[in-house]
Every structure is written in structure tokens, then in C-alpha cells.
Design a protein around this ligand. Structure first.
Ligand code: B12
Length: 303
């Protein structure tokens, strides 16, 4: 099989035959598209064509093709196409009923069908997790469902990362994480992926990242953008705001972004020059705007 290498990890590139099989077209059509420049194929030392997985995914999304055999791309499988309007309900059910592979397949399929990461994160994933988060009110044992669903979401986020193109050598850098004391893993991972999709080299420092660690990363990478995620209100909002202001001061012209439900505890004057962004879709738009020089109307003004 072409799709795994000897270490049994998913391959980062595919043969024309493997990709043709995955999207249900003939190998000769695929080679012709490569020759016509519609699909970028590289050559191995032996002269064989190889297509990067991220390039294959770009082609599938832009051409509106359907991946009929996702397993050939080492991707989880969804049972047929799910309409976007039903995605939240399907995802919630799959996560609740321990159908993890189906949940992952659904999310990957939405992406392959052309949905942006921002929408996938803000709508089906946020809504499904939010519903799961109310279950413990009726049954304290249901907290294990949250943990299990978190694990499945993190796994599919890693799978989505593999489908994104590698950042270019001169890509702007973004760093960020969950604020110190904030244990939530999913939102910051999502922020890193949305920024990678927007063309950044994004370093997610993870949950519960102390201010000092973020400051060290800023000194090291000199990022264009830093993000801080607050999923729950910080225990000491004044101290947290002071920490964000230190981060903002270290950014030297770069942008500082905060987001997440916990930011509700910061009245605007507490975070001057800091952009408060409510969703992953808006984060992607803001980050793209920075690269194209477009001013954003997001709260905080120009940083
Ligand atoms: C999974 C989960 C946990 C897991 C986290 C596992 C992990 N390591 O990640 C665990 C079990 C640890 C946990 C613990 C607790 N939890 Co909890 N948890 C959740 C749950 C179900 C999902 C969180 C999640 O990942 N959601 C998915 C993300 C993507 O959605 P989101 O957070 O809404 O983020 C979106 C936007 O806010 C925005 N965004 C978020 N961050 C950022 C950052 C930037 C930069 C930007 C631009 C945008 C942005 O974009 C996202 C996508 O749209 C939520 C329910 C919910 N409504 O989300 C409860 C929830 C957050 N938890 C809650 C509670 C009460 C707790 C506990 C106190 C429970 C307890 N008694 O121990 C503890 C507190 C932990 C702590 N120290 O603070 C409450 C919080 C209520 C409140 N007042 O805020 C919620 C809302 C559940 C509920 N309905 O009551 N939890």
C-alpha cells in the first residue's frame, strides 16, 4: 500500500495511483491533470510522480471532487456526505455514542468538501462540545463523556493539521496558548490550525501556559501575532489582564489577540491595544487581514 511509510505513519505524499483510487478517477486522468499543472506533482529521484497530501487535499477541495476511498489517504471514513445543516447533530450523536471514528470522519469530510476550518470549529465542533458540556448537570458520571469527546476532537485536529500545506519559508509566525491555569486544550489547538490555514507558521504552546513561557516564545520567534485563550474566566482577572498587557508590551508592533468565553471578565479598558476576537472564523479573517494590510474592526484597535 502506498499510503503508509515503513514507520506505519501516514505518508506525507501519494503516488498518482493512490490518489486516483481515493477520488475514483483513472490514473491517466490524474497524470494528465498533473501535466497540465492543475495538480502539483513532484518527481522522486527515480522519476516517479509524487503528490503531497496537502496538495491533493487542496485539489480535491478546489475542484469539488469527492473522496470515495478516504482510507487510501489514511483518513478516517464518514458514512456518505452529511449536509452542513445536520453536521452539529451528527457530530454530537457520534461523540455521545462512542463512534469516535465516525465523528472524525465527519469532520474530515466537511473539510474535504470545502468547509473552512473556522466554520467547522465554530459550528459543528463548538455546538457538539457545548451540548456534551451540559450532560454532567444531570449525571456527574457524564464527565467522562467530555473527556472522551475531547480526546476524539484533539485526534481529528491532528489529522486536519496533516492536510494543511507546510508554511512557506518566509511565513509570518504566530504563537499562543491557553492562559496560565486554563486547562482547555481544544480552543488553542484550533487557533493554531486556523492561523496555519491563514498562512502562518503557528506554534501552539498548549493549555495552562504561564505568561513567562509565552514571553520567552515571543523573544525567540518575534511573532507577527500572539494569541491567548481563556475558556473559563481567570480566577484573578486583574492579574490575568496584567499578564496579557505584559505580553502585548513584548509584541513590539505585532498583534495580541485574546479569545474564549472567559474573556467576559475583561472590560475593554483593561486590555488596551489587545484584539478581542469571538470566534475562529473571525480569527482567520483577522489574521489574513494582517497579512494583506487590511485594517480590522475587531475591538482593541490597531495594536
Ligand atoms: C471539555 C470540557 C472540560 C474538560 C477540558 C478538557 C481539556 N483538557 O481540554 C475538563 C474536564 C478539564 C473540564 C473541567 C471543568 N469544566 Co469544563 N467544559 C468542557 C466543555 C464540555 C468543552 C470545552 C471545549 O473544548 N469546547 C470546544 C471549544 C472549541 O468551544 P469554546 O470553548 O466555546 O470555544 C469557541 C469560542 O469561545 C472561541 N474561542 C475559544 N478560545 C479562543 C481563543 C481565541 C484566541 C479566539 C480568537 C477564539 C476562541 O472559538 C471556539 C470555537 O468557536 C465545556 C462546554 C462548552 N460550552 O464548551 C465545559 C465548560 C466550559 N466547563 C465548565 C465547568 C463548570 C468546568 C469545571 C468547573 C467542572 C468542575 N466542576 O470541575 C472544570 C473547571 C476546570 C478549570 N480548572 O477551569 C462550564 C463552564 C461554565 C462557566 N461558568 O464558564 C462549561 C461551559 C460546561 C457547562 N455547560 O457548564 N471541562
Amino acid at each position: 500500500m502506498e499510503q503508509t511509510n515503513q514507520s506505519n505513519r501516514p505518508a506525507s505524499s501519494l503516488s498518482p495511483r493512490a490518489l486516483a483510487g481515493a477520488i475514483g478517477v483513472s490514473e491517466s486522468s490524474l497524470k494528465r491533470w498533473a501535466d497540465e499543472g492543475l495538480l502539483v506533482a513532484e518527481r522522486t529521484a527515480g522519476g516517479h510522480r509524487r503528490i503531497r497530501v496537502s496538495e491533493a487535499v487542496r485539489f480535491v477541495r478546489e475542484a469539488g471532487l469527492t473522496v470515495v476511498k478516504p482510507e487510501l489517504l489514511a483518513l478516517p471514513t464518514a458514512r456518505g456526505d452529511v449536509p452542513r445543516t445536520d453536521a452539529s447533530e451528527h457530530l454530537f450523536r457520534a461523540l455521545l455514542e462512542d463512534r469516535a471514528a465516525e465523528a472524525r470522519g465527519l469532520i474530515v469530510s466537511l473539510y474535504l468538501q470545502g468547509a473552512g476550518l473556522g466554520w467547522i470549529f465554530d459550528v459543528p465542533m463548538r455546538e457538539a462540545m457545548s451540548r456534551l458540556g451540559t450532560m454532567w448537570e444531570h449525571d456527574s458520571g457524564a464527565i467522562f463523556l467530555e473527556h472522551r469527546a475531547t480526546e476524539t476532537c484533539l485526534r481529528v485536529l491532528e489529522e486536519l493539521r496533516r492536510l494543511l500545506p507546510e508554511p512557506t519559508g518566509d511565513a509570518p509566525v504566530a504563537v499562543g496558548g491557553g492562559y496560565g491555569g486554563d486547562p482547555y486544550l481544544i480552543p488553542s489547538t484550533m487557533a493554531g490550525l486556523v492561523l496555519a490555514e491563514a498562512g502562518y507558521r503557528a506554534w501552539n504552546l498548549g493549555a495552562d501556559t504561564p505568561v513567562e513561557a509565552t514571553l520567552a516564545a515571543i523573544r525567540h520567534y518575534r511573532p507577527r501575532l500572539v494569541w491567548q485563550s481563556f475558556s473559563v474566566p481567570p480566577v484573578r482577572p486583574r492579574d490575568a489582564a496584567a499578564g496579557v498587557r505584559r505580553i502585548r508590551a513584548a509584541m513590539n508592533g505585532g498583534s495580541t489577540v485574546v479569545g474564549g468565553r472567559g474573556t467576559i471578565v475583561f472590560p475593554a479598558p483593561m486590555l488596551p491595544g489587545v484584539h478581542r476576537i469571538g470566534s475562529m472564523t473571525e480569527l482567520g479573517a483577522f489574521a489574513r487581514g494582517l497579512l494583506s494590510g487590511v485594517q480590522s474592526g475587531v475591538e482593541g484597535g490597531a495594536a
